[in-house]
Every structure is written in structure tokens, then in C-alpha cells.
Design a protein. Structure first.
Length: 694
């Protein structure tokens, strides 16, 4: 258990939120504890606005106008860039081009996913398709590439900064990812491969979540009641089931993970196509291509990090497995080992046995309003920032239950806006995500284009007799996604191309994961965890149980992520592969997880992250390592330190992607982020956590 130092001045700083604990909620908490009503426009003088305050989007036809404006502006910028007599730095013109495209493409992508009206979502989708075609055309524009390449090689005729040069190199890398520097025939093959990879990925993703249908007569009659029946079939929709009967858990696992020939084909083709694409672009493997310009920089560094972490984890993982086996033996004294289908069930059961606490006891202390006020207090302490609920004009939002937050700094004023789309609704994507709607950048007149972002969650809406109450995982997700949003707000970059979260993927999760450390710290949680009815603070014993439960079997969970990450690296490493994807899975599971592979299963065919995180699945672990190091070095002594917060803002968040990730981390931590250091940072975190014993 961590010691909790006392900071008397700290509590004075946070006292406004704490002192009203037994009185009234703050204005922000009150707003989020009440579902916002639909804004009616009854003023004849003001006809309202469109989505995100854009007049063009007062109706769905505005997407056509926005698209046409982008096309026209793009033509102007291409002409400017290719003109030897241009009047500004080439990187500024390219960033203007990037901003022109992204300001509509990012907006359209969000509206396509989030808008409940099909007319808007279809119009947004059509805009996405049109702009995707335009980007593909630009990516194969040799005059654009040659103009940029010439400036990078010989220097611009205008004075440039180190950041300018870094951003210009990123633009060049984007070009060369598309094979523009290759001979015509190979360039055409790159374009075709990218399209093929996109199609394969979409089909693999769809198959990875598809329910499994099994003939009912092939299932023992005694376990059929545990599953959904569809005429003569049993339907299995997930890999695990919370059931005391092991035979039921085993059947669920094996049925859901049965091999599928179509999925095998899609995955094999995806991996081959990616490898061919990398080879064409001059990389030995797809992993080399994916990791260029990342924090890891090279697949060898990634594998060294994972191998080192694997070795250090072994005794700690074994300790977790020993506890799990003891729990299993309580139900089955003859049990001699653990199986994959045991782990989710035992982890859930262990929380009750180890902490004598039902998870249902926690949500009454975590109303959405209380959690948002807690996050707001934390931002005030760390950065001098306040989140202010702001009314919206008619037509500004896509659903009636969306909130708009102004992010205001004590001395710097308005930094941007966050649209909070937090509640479940029909046909809304079931994912927690942060979306950049408009990136921040310095404008030619010296003013700043403030960022707009949207945060999407799926929490239950307020009930007639109370606010939305969050489970522990929902609290973590809220802080995580708001961490992304604050990265977007605080990265005051010169260029839109590297605004906020537009940085290396293995660094992008650092700010969001770091927020999870705050949301798990009892000193932070106690400032906002209050019962939604009585406003009483969470009892101290329950508070410690809540925070300790966050670390339940952390070592074994981390080991599982190591296994997944190494599997991803192997699939995207040297080709041809040394066996089928299932054979590789079986070998690596035995070596890197400790729970044996189960014959006739093909877990990798359900691993949808292979599409969006190909060769980059390790990013979460590496980001967590950096976040852990930042927490241990700067915030563990005082999670409300303004001095530490300002330094973190200035030296980490402020750069966005405008500084190479490895240099950023090295300069901030004052140590080289070598694989061994990163692995030991995670182990140090594990060893600070309480040891679990039955």
C-alpha cells in the first residue's frame, strides 16, 4: 500500500470542491448530473447555427459545399507550393493544405459515426469518400513531392526552425509511405496494395466480432441452457462467460475460438500484402515501416523491451497464477492447473474475495457530475485550467444530450472546446473515443486557431430519480479519454499537422494512461467520490478497497499484453512466416504467457487490433511505461503539484507531435528511454502495489 503524505496547502487549494461535499454540487457537477434538454430556437433574430458552430452544416447538404470548398482551396495551395516564387515557408503551405483537408475530413468522419440522422451520416460518408480520393490524388502528385524533397535536401529560401524541419520530414515520410518516389509500375502496385489492405482489414474486422453459431445437437444437453438458442443452433457471442461451472466456461471458449477458413484467408492475405507493401517502400518488414518515427524507432527495440519485461514479470506472474489456482481449488479441490477460460471468471470472483466488496457498492459515489468535477479540480490544481459548461446554439450539436465545455486558463484565456457525447443511444458506436474535430495551429496574423474535440463514451443516461452512475471501469475510461482531450487542448503547436494527439502512436497514449494513475490514487479520488443522494464522501475503507482493486492481478494482465504484443511483432516481422498463424500463436503462447494453448482454437482470428494496430500493439505497454515513469518521478509525492503539472505541460503536452517522441521523453525524464529502462519502470510500478494473499 502506498504511503499518503500530507500536504496541508494542497488541501486548501482543493477546498472549494471538498468543502461543499455536504452542501450543494458545483455548477459543473450539477450540469453533468442532469441530462441536458433540447435547445429550442425561439428567436426570430437568430436562426441558430450548424454542427460545431458551422453555418454550412445547418443541414446535411452543407457537406457538399464544404467538400467543394476544400477542393478549390486545395487547388490553390498545390499551385502555391509548386510555384518557385512562393511567398512563405513550404512547411507552412503544406500545413495549410493539411488543415484544409483535415478540417472537413475529421469532422465528416466523426459525423458519419456519431450523427443519429441517416441524412447527415450519409452526407458525411460521401464527403469522406470524396476527400479520401482527393488525398490519394495528392499523395501521388509528383510535383508536390519534388517541391518538398528539394526544400528538405537544399533548404528553404525562408528561415526555418527545428520544428519546421521535423514537420516537413513528416510530410515527406507520408509521401514515401505511398511509394511516390518509386518507378511508375511499383507506385501503381503500392496504390493497389493499400486499397487491398483496406478491404481485407474491413472484412477481418467484421469476422472478428461475428457471433459463432453451432449446431445444437453437438452441444451436451446439460450446458445448453447457459447459451442463447436460435432454432437448431447455439449462438456464442463472446470468448468468456461468468459461470461457476467450468465445463460451461470451457465450451464457451472453445466454440467462440473455433478456426474459420475465411478469417484465416483474410489474415494471411493481410499479412502478406503488408509485407509486400513494406518491401516495395524499401523496408525489410512491415514492422520496420510501421515503427519509423516512433518512440521505439526500430522493431529490435520493441522486441528487446518486451523480452526484458517478460523476464522480469515471470516470478510476479507466477504469484498471480498461484492465487488464482487457490481460488479455483475452493470450487474444485481436484484442480491442478489453470486454463484460459478460468482467468476472466477468477479475476471477477477474486475482487469479491480479496476485498470483500461488491463492485455495485461503488457507483453511487461516482455520479457523472461528481467525476467531472473531480477532473475539473485536478486540472485547476495542475494547470490552472477550468472546465466551464457552455450553452449551445440551436443546431450546434448532433444529439440533444451532448455537453459543450469551454477550456479556460487562468491567465491565457480560452484554449478550446470539448464536446462531450457521453450517453448511450440507439445505433451509437459502442466505443470510448477521442476525436479531433479541428486541430490547433498558429495563424498568419499571430492569433491561434483553438482546437475543437469530441469525446465519446457510452455511459447510462440519468434516470428519472438520479444522475448517471459510473462503474469503476467507466471512471477510468472517463479520465483516460479526457486525458486525450486535454492533450489536444494543451499542445499549442505551430502546425496543425502535429496538433495534440497527432504524434507517434506509442507516445499518444501517455497523457491518457497517466490520467488513470490519478483516477486510481486515493488522494485524488477522495476529492470527488461522494454519494449522489447524501453527498457523503466515500468511507475510507471503501476508498482503499476501490483503489486497491485497480491492481488486481496486474502482473498476469501485463504478461498477457506482452504475449499479444510479441505475437503482433512476429506476424509483421520477417516473411515468409515460419508456420501458420495458429502454429505461431501456439508456440508463443507457451513461451510468453504461461497458460497453455488449447488445441483446435484460433484466438488470433478474433484479434481485431491486428487491423488498426498492426505492428504497433506494443504501444499501450510502452506508453504505460513512460506514463508510469512520469507518475513515479513527478506526481506520486503530490498528485496536485502545480509545479510538476506546469513542467509536464510545457515539456511534454505542449509539443504535440512537433518533437520526435524519443527526444521528447529523453529530455523530460532526463534519461535515455532504452528498452531496459522502460521495462523496469513497469516492474517498479508493480512492486509498489500491495501483494494479494487469500
Amino acid at each position: 500500500m502506498l504511503s499518503i503524505p500530507k500536504h496541508l496547502s494542497l488541501w486548501k487549494k482543493c477546498s472549494p470542491g471538498v468543502s461543499r461535499a455536504l452542501g450543494t454540487w458545483s455548477p459543473l457537477a450539477t450540469a453533468f448530473n442532469t441530462k441536458p434538454g433540447r435547445k429550442l430556437n425561439i428567436s426570430f433574430a437568430n436562426e441558430g447555427t450548424g454542427l460545431f458552430g458551422m453555418k454550412e452544416l445547418s443541414n446535411y447538404e452543407g457537406f457538399f459545399l464544404l467538400k467543394e470548398n476544400v477542393i478549390n482551396r486545395t487547388d490553390e495551395l498545390v499551385e502555391e507550393i509548386c510555384n518557385p516564387n512562393r511567398k512563405r515557408k513550404i512547411v507552412d503551405a503544406f500545413d495549410d493544405l493539411s488543415n484544409t483537408l483535415c478540417s472537413v475530413a475529421d469532422l465528416a468522419e466523426f459525423v458519419r459515426l456519431a450523427h443519429p440522422q441517416t441524412s447527415f451520416s450519409y452526407a458525411a460518408e460521401n464527403a469522406c469518400i470524396a476527400l479520401s480520393g482527393l488525398v490519394e490524388k495528392l499523395n501521388t502528385n509528383r510535383d508536390l513531392y519534388d517541391s518538398l524533397k528539394n526544400v528538405i535536401t537544399k533548404g528553404d529560401k525562408f528561415e526555418t526552425t527545428e520544428v519546421d524541419n521535423h514537420v516537413a520530414a513528416l510530410f515527406l515520410f507520408d509521401f514515401e509511405q505511398c511509394g511516390i518516389h518509386l518507378p511508375e509500375e511499383k507506385r501503381k502496385e503500392v496504390v493497389a496494395l493499400n486499397d487491398y489492405i483496406l478491404q481485407l482489414g474491413q472484412r477481418f474486422m467484421a469476422g472478428s466480432v461475428a457471433p459463432r453459431s453451432i449446431a445444437k445437437e453437438s452441444i451436451p444437453t446439460n450446458i445448453r441452457p447457459y447459451f442463447v438458442e436460435d432454432n437448431d443452433n447455439i449462438v456464442v457471442s463472446s470468448v468468456s462467460i461468468d459461470c461457476r461451472e467450468e465445463v460451461v466456461r470451457e465450451a464457451c471458449y472453445k466454440m467462440y475460438l473455433l478456426s474459420d477458413s475465411d478469417q484465416e484467408y483474410f489474415l494471411d492475405e493481410l499479412l502478406k500484402a503488408r509485407n509486400r507493401l513494406a518491401n516495395l517502400c524499401g523496408f525489410p518488414t512491415y514492422a520496420h515501416r510501421a515503427l519509423k518515427a516512433s518512440l521505439a524507432e526500430h522493431p529490435n527495440n520493441t522486441i528487446d523491451f518486451l523480452e526484458e519485461l517478460n523476464e522480469l514479470l515471470k516470478p510476479r506472474v507466477q504469484s498471480d497464477f498461484n492465487v488464482m489456482l487457490e481460488i479455483k481449488k475452493k470450487e474444485n479441490p481436484l484442480a491442478t492447473g489453470l486454463a484460459p477460460w478460468d482467468i476472466p471468471y477468477i479475476c471477477s470472483k477474486a475482487k469479491k474475495e480479496l476485498y470483500h466488496s461488491e463492485s455495485s457498492n461503488f457507483p453511487p459515489y461516482f455520479s457523472l457530475g461528481a467525476c467531472m468535477e473531480g477532473f475539473n479540480q485536478l486540472m485547476q490544481s495542475l494547470y490552472g485550467i477550468q472546465l466551464v459548461n457552455e450553452p449551445m446554439e440551436s443546431g450546434e450539436c448532433w444529439a440533444s444530450d451532448v455537453y459543450k465545455l469551454a477550456v479556460e486558463h487562468d491567465t491565457e484565456g480560452l484554449l478550446g472546446h470539448i464536446y462531450c457525447d457521453f450517453y448511450e443511444r440507439k445505433n451509437k458506436p459502442n466505443q470510448d473515443c477521442h476525436f479531433t474535430i479541428r486541430g490547433g495551429r498558429r495563424l498568419p496574423d499571430g492569433s491561434y486557431q483553438n482546437p475543437l474535440v469530441a469525446v465519446m463514451l457510452n455511459v447510462p443516461p440519468p434516470r428519472w430519480n438520479g444522475p448517471s452512475l459510473l462503474t469503476p471501469s467507466m471512471v477510468d475510461n472517463l479520465f483516460h479519454e479526457m486525458g486525450h482531450a486535454m492533450h489536444s487542448m494543451l499542445a499549442r503547436t505551430e502546425h496543425q499537422h502535429v496538433t495534440g494527439t497527432r504524434c507517434a502512436m506509442d507516445f499518444a497514449e501517455v497523457p491518457s494512461v497517466l490520467m488513470e494513475y490519478f483516477s486510481a490514487d486515493p488522494r485524488v479520488v477522495k476529492t470527488f467520490a461522494r454519494h449522489y443522494e447524501t453527498k457523503e464522501p466515500m468511507p475510507e475503507k471503501m476508498l482503499q478497497q476501490y483503489c486497491s482493486s485497480k491492481h488486481n492481478f496486474s502482473a498476469s494482465e501485463m504478461q498477457l499484453q506482452v504475449f499479444y504484443s510479441l505475437l503482433d511483432q512476429k506476424y509483421h516481422g520477417q516473411h515468409p512466416l515460419t508456420g501458420s498463424t495458429t502454429e505461431i500463436l501456439a508456440r508463443l503462447q507457451g513461451k510468453y504467457y504461461g497458460i497453455p494453448y488449447v488445441e483446435n482454437t484460433a484466438w488470433q482470428l478474433r484479434f481485431s487490433h491486428l487491423v488498426g494496430y498492426g505492428a504497433k500493439y506494443y504501444s499501450y505497454l510502452m506508453s504505460r511505461s513512460v506514463a508510469s515513469s512520469i507518475w513515479q518521478n513527478f506526481f506520486i509525492a503530490d498528485p496536485f503539484s502545480r509545479q510538476a503539472g506546469e513542467r509536464y505541460r510545457r515539456e511534454c503536452l505542449g509539443h504535440g507531435g512537433g518533437k520526435p517522441a524519443r527526444a521528447l521523453v529523453k529530455d523530460f525524464l532526463q534519461i535515455d528511454p532504452a528498452p531496459q529502462y522502460l521495462a523496469k519502470s513497469l516492474i517498479s510500478e508493480l512492486d509498489r502495489q500491495p501483494q494479494f494473499k487469500l
